[in-house]
Write a new protein. Structure first.
Length: 254
């Protein structure tokens, strides 16, 4: 056997067996909430990658933007208003603690009829309602019946939504990071970096942001940087094979 051939075999062996293997990419999902009231919300359609759109029911532009997102193979959630501890106005399609099981079912049925291709719901506000056993049980019962998933926006550290969803067999996960509680490039960038760090630590992470022009501009610059961190932007539903409800991030304002 020639020296050249032996050297070639050694190089191939070193490349295959001694080189470090590339780690599987961590995964993140980014959900854009509060879509539907402003015509400028259509800017979310220009975001790159597998962004998930969460649309408020019965809003002036919600259905139109949901249809456009669905046409572009983007996942759509119903962003269901739920009663908050601070008493903020809720808008159409809202769920409150005064509603009966039949009323909650009727309200969710109407919201789903408007956007029947929605893959599930997440809560808009809801710091009060998500703490209550009966309304959450009724809500999860509806989702179970319609084979929908639930994303807990986690506006309260006392939310029972995740536990109740799991007990009824409803696919569930939770928000880990809010990206834009402050609308400055520095803050959004810092939160995005936290998202990347969380994803690399836990192998996945879920962020929520909103259709503010400042957010859209920042995300257009930040999303392409994920690849250099070995992080992949994925659809929300693809993360539902992961373990649910990771409790590691502080709760922030609704």
């Amino acid at each position: 056997m020639s020296k050249f051939f032996i050297c070639l075999l050694f190089v191939l062996f070193s490349f295959i067996y001694l080189s470090p293997l590339q780690a599987a990419p961590a995964r993140v999902a980014i959900v854009i909430d509060d879509i539907g009231y402003r015509q400028t919300d259509q800017q979310v359609l220009s975001l790159p990658g597998a962004i998930t759109f969460s649309v408020l029911p019965s809003t002036p532009y919600g259905k139109t933007l949901a249809l456009a997102a669905n046409k572009n193979d983007r996942e759509v959630l119903l962003h269901i208003p739920m009663e908050a501890e601070n008493g903020k106005a809720l808008g159409p399609g809202a769920l409150t603690s005064k509603m009966t099981e039949a009323q909650i079912y009727a309200s969710l049925t109407a919201s789903l009829a408007e956007i029947p291709f929605a893959i599930g719901i997440n809560n808009h506000m809801g710091s009060h309602l998500t703490q209550l056993h009966k309304p959450m049980t009724w809500t999860m019962g509806f989702l179970k019946q319609h084979q929908l998933l639930f994303l807990d926006s986690k506006t309260s550290p006392l939310s029972k939504a995740g536990r109740i969803a799991k007990s009824l067999g409803v696919p569930v996960n939770r928000r880990h990071i809010f990206l834009d509680n402050q609308l400055t490039p520095a803050y959004i960038t810092e939160q995005f970096q936290r998202l990347v760090q969380h994803a690399k630590l836990q192998q996945f992470a879920i962020a929520i942001a909103h259709p503010h022009p400042e957010t859209i501009m920042a995300l257009k610059q930040l999303i392409p940087t994920l690849a250099k961190h070995n992080v992949q932007l994925v659809s929300l539903s693809s993360l539902y094979s992961e373990s649910s409800i990771i409790e590691a991030v502080a709760i922030t304002a609704e």
